[in-house]
Ligand binder design. Sequence first.
Ligand SMILES: Cc1cc2nc3c(=O)[nH]c(=O)nc-3n(C[C@H](O)[C@H](O)[C@H](O)COP(=O)(O)O)c2cc1C
Length: 188
Amino acid sequence: MSHINLLGIAGSLRAGSFSSAILETLKDELSVGAELSLHSLGDVPLYNQDLDTDEPLPAVRALRDAISQADGLVIVTPEFNYGMPGVLKNALDWASRPYGIAPLMGKPVVTISASPAFTGGVRAQAQLNETLLATQSQLSGGAQVVIGEVHNKIADGRLIDRPSLDFALGAISGLIDRIEAQDQRKAA
Ligand SMILES: Cc1cc2nc3c(=O)[nH]c(=O)nc-3n(C[C@H](O)[C@H](O)[C@H](O)COP(=O)(O)O)c2cc1C
């Protein structure tokens, strides 16, 4: 089996973020042959097309490089006012450029939402998925991973609800299968 490098992005900057806790747990639980590195959006500036030049700001370059170098992305978003948080949309806007050669183009992605509400951020995830469609990334279809009442499912910075964790791991396993199938096609 080839080694798969996944990049985890949380749509929250909060120190005690449940979204980040989910990513940390997935990182711990990934099977041999795959690893997940987390990339914080804390330093990413607000998108400004005037600053979107051939010499991007360091935090933009770091974000774009991290996405480019990853075999696939795992994005975990909370819901803010029925949508994805601005920090996440902002980062995706940066990663959607340069037009035609953007790091998100063709990138396999799995999305997960989580919120204290029983709706689990499903509206944020729908919005996130629509944005990813615009970026021409390759979104995993099928069952959506939506973690409701997340505040009752996190302890000591980890997702402790086994069914939610297994469901999320299943989605990542599907992502890894897709990446491996693509690699095999490229090698053929
Ligand atoms: C400004 C704001 C708006 C929010 N709006 C919603 C919402 O529309 N739906 C929802 O389910 N949760 C909403 N929440 C709750 C967040 O989803 C919740 O605080 C979540 O845990 C934040 O993510 P984090 O734990 O990764 O930081 C909102 C929270 C904030 C701060």
